[in-house]
Design a protein around this ligand. Structure first.
Ligand code: ZN
Length: 530
């Protein structure tokens, strides 16, 4: 009697466990596994959030079977440099990224992150997002929190407090320390101070990743500094969105890459990431005004612009930046991407805006317009000042991975840099298929296993039994970017399926209702609740 009763109780459970062996099987795909090895044909079975079997043929019952007919299956792409907190709460599906096959977004680059990090990551964790999400802790934000935006050395006590904030950021789940030594207040930071903070991140298993102090005239010294911080800080170090800005300095990537090779040869773990465009994007003020003019924040900048003698000095330095550096030698090469005080400026270049203000288009007047934009409230800009030769030389370097430096745009709003919509598929379409600069396998490695290894995401980035099922399925003959500088709001083409944590989030040209993205925590994370 008692035995029968137990059996009856067990019956429903038995029925349940006898359901399909797998939740999802992809049949007949060409697997590019992320390691750089040549593709092979196999079926992939997923159960829950995990790839649990890879075999030439998987015929067991599955809740869902998708026939791929030779489409490529790659690990979901990991974007090591994003500004996704611009937009992730408004567009938690991050369509612009997911439609390219991106399944993990890394935030907090360029020295900028929320401080403290934990409440921010908890807010992301509490938002139903589609891709996975992780963050660095930013050196600039840490310095701002302790010292403000001042141009002076930190006292030993301040350095101790900053080290404490980096420690806290790592305990909150950061993947490492980012810096933006080009920006205020990063630019006021001596190398030795960054090293002291980098040591903390390194001891806690993190990396150092830097938007360097100077990507134009001083690009070689900046690469040396980035390498030195890794070497003295005792941690992996990465030159992020590597480029050479300004026609005068084009070609210097020969030497920057040699520096990286030499560092690696003597045992410094130095790497690079890059986006595949010849234009950069940041705020007009940060890019075109000298750093000293920005010290102390907006109010101080405005005061300096009010003083005629100081204004003349700022104009002269800004003109030099337009002539030789970010401005690409021509006011036409600076384009406003978004502007709060006058949204109609978005899409217009500095020559047009200068003309619109009734001034002849000269480099000096363009500098005057840049100062006027800052006074009016500022704007974001796009800067066409990178050479295709440098871009390609950096791209094919084995220590270079792909990162967009993008954000999550609101579809149709403003005229943002197309990198947010196109980075990963542009590499696959233009640099793999059309120009044949990279093999498909190597390009995928630069987007998956390589960044995963760099960030310590041991359970992602490679297609292997037992690892998380983040996958991008695409047609290598069709995959391409459609976003242009003129019309950036245009999604990737040629991606067929995207899977995050075992769930299909994109298929048949549309996002599904699934939002399985998780916050991924770094090597020293504590007190994680979700
Ligand atoms: Zn940057």
């Amino acid at each position: 009697m008692r035995r029968i009763f137990v059996l009856l109780l067990l019956a429903p459970a038995l029925v349940q466990t006898q359901g399909p062996a797998y939740d999802l099987v992809f049949r007949g795909g060409r697997i590019v596994d992320g390691t750089g090895s040549p593709w092979y044909r196999a079926d992939i079975a997923i159960k829950g959030d995990t790839v649990i079997r890879i075999a030439p043929t998987i015929a067991d019952p599955a809740a869902r079977v998708i026939n791929l007919d030779g489409l490529v299956v790659a690990p979901g792409f990991i974007d090591i440099h994003t500004h996704a907190r611009r937009g992730i709460f408004e567009v938690p599906t991050a369509d612009n990224y997911v439609r390219q096959g991106v399944t993990t977004l890394i935030e907090g680059p360029d020295g900028g992150s929320p401080i403290p990090l934990r409440p921010f990551l908890e807010k992301v964790a509490g938002t139903r997002i589609t891709p996975n999400f992780a963050s660095f802790v930013g050196q600039g934000s840490v310095r701002s929190a302790v010292m403000g935006e001042v141009d002076r050395k930190a006292t030993p006590e301040e350095i101790e407090r900053m080290r404490g904030l980096v420690r806290e950021g790592m305990e909150d789940g950061a993947l490492g320390l980012s810096s933006g030594l080009f920006y205020v207040p990063g630019t006021f930071t001596p190398t030795a101070e960054v090293v002291e903070l980098a040591k903390v991140a390194g001891q806690m298993g993190g990396i150092y990743i830097s938007h360097m102090r100077d990507e134009a005239k001083g690009v070689l010294d900046s690469v040396r500094e980035t390498i030195a911080i890794g070497e003295q800080g005792g941690l992996p170090t990465q030159v992020t969105h590597h480029k050479v800005v300004g026609k005068k300095y084009w070609g210097r990537s020969v030497d920057t890459l040699r520096l990286v090779d030499e560092a690696r040869a003597r045992g410094v773990d130095a790497t690079i990431d890059q986006y595949p465009y010849t234009a950069s994007a940041t705020s007009i003020g940060a890019a075109l005004l000298p750093a000293w003019a920005q010290e102390g924040g907006r109010e101080s900048t405005l005061k300096r612009l009010e003083d005629p003698a100081t204004r003349t000095k700022i104009r002269a330095e800004s003109a030099a930046i337009i002539r030789d550096e970010r401005g690409g030698g021509d006011p036409k090469n600076v384009v406003v991407s978004s502007c709060q005080f006058d949204p109609s400026l978005a899409g217009k270049n500095l020559a047009e805006i200068t003309q619109g203000r009734g001034l002849p288009v000269t480099i000096e007047n363009a500098a005057e317009t840049a100062m006027w934009i800052v006074e009016q409230g500022g704007a974001q800009g796009i800067f066409h000042a990178i050479s295709e030769d440098d871009l390609q030389r950096i791209l094919v370097h084995p220590a270079t991975m792909i990162g967009s430096d993008g954000e999550v745009p609101i579809f149709g709003k403003n005229v943002p840099h197309p990198r947010s919509y196109g980075t990963f598929v542009r590499v696959l379409g233009v640099y793999v298929r059309e120009k044949k600069l990279l093999t498909l396998e190597d390009a995928v490695r630069k987007m998956s296993a390589f960044p995963a290894q760099r960030l310590g995401l041991a359970d992602r980035g490679v297609i292997r039994q037992g690892l998380k099922a983040d996958l991008a399925v695409f047609d290598p003959a069709r995959v391409r970017d459609t976003a242009t500088f003129e019309k950036p709001h245009s999604y990737a083409d040629g991606v067929s399926y995207v899977v995050v944590n075992g769930q299909v989030v994109f298929e048949n040209g549309a996002m599904t209702a699934a939002r399985p993205g998780r916050v991924l925590y770094g090597p020293s994370a504590r007190h994680i609740t979700n």
